[in-house]
Write a protein that binds this ligand. Structure first.
Ligand code: CA
Length: 226
């Protein structure tokens, strides 16, 4: 899951980036409205966290612009405490939810997860493949009744694979959707995380399920890469 945070207060922006990364999300940051809009249009994010008061374009203008271009990315708006009007304008412009500053990280995280789960059948609360179950609400993965002890990044990876099992996932796709812009594409961090996930999956069953497709990427498939 990849998130864009548009926030001009650098402290708040880096607090959000750090916290969300610790939860395993890929997080990009923009410090003004114009950069935010460009990033939101160019990249395929799963969620936007938009401050309303920004240099350049406001958060509300960004949502309006995105919706006019048929970009349906969920938007969580950050509003000032005394700016009720912004909430109304933002929701009318197409924002999905809002949070009033100051807020605690746990509250933000709860809203982020709720927005990421939305989308009905396209985003079911529970994913199942073979004997593996992944619960997006509880944030837990289980194989053969045994809970997998996954890091947040490993959980994100498994979720990504379980959305489209038996489909070969290219390495570049993982870089785009599970890691962010600051990531060095030449490093082997993807392989390392996939390797950890594969070992943890294998521990609760004979078949590690997660296979390398040489020169291409990976596939989650029972019985080998086929
Ligand atoms: Ca601001």
């Amino acid at each position: 899951m990849r998130i864009l945070v548009v926030e001009d207060e650098k402290k708040v922006a880096s607090f959000l980036q750090k916290g969300l990364r610790e939860e395993g999300y890929a997080v990009d940051v923009a410090h003004d409205g114009d950069d935010g809009l460009v990033k939101a249009l160019v990249n395929d994010y799963d969620l936007l966290v938009l401050d309303v008061m920004l240099p350049g374009r406001s958060g509300i203008e960004i949502v309006r612009e995105l919706r006019s271009k048929e970009k349906a990315t969920p938007v969580l708006m950050l509003t000032a405490r005394d700016a009720e009007q912004d909430v109304v304008l933002g929701l009318n412009a197409g924002a999905d939810d809002y949070l009033t500053k100051p807020f605690g990280f746990d509250e933000l995280l709860a809203r982020v997860r709720a927005l990421l789960r939305r989308g009905g059948a396209a985003r079911p609360d529970r994913l199942v493949y073979d004997d593996v179950q992944l619960d997006r609400v509880e944030h837990a993965a289980v194989r053969r009744g045994e809970r997998l002890d996954l890091t947040p990044k490993e959980f994100q990876l498994l979720e990504f694979f379980m959305v489209s099992p038996e489909k070969v996932v290219r390495r570049t796709e993982l870089l785009e959707k599970v890691w962010d812009l600051t990531f060095d594409p030449m490093s082997n961090v993807v392989d390392v995380h996939v390797g950890h996930l594969r070992r943890k999956l294998g521990r609760s069953g004979d078949d590690p399920l997660l296979h390398t497709v040489r020169g291409v990427g990976y596939v989650l498939r029972k019985g080998g890469p086929a």
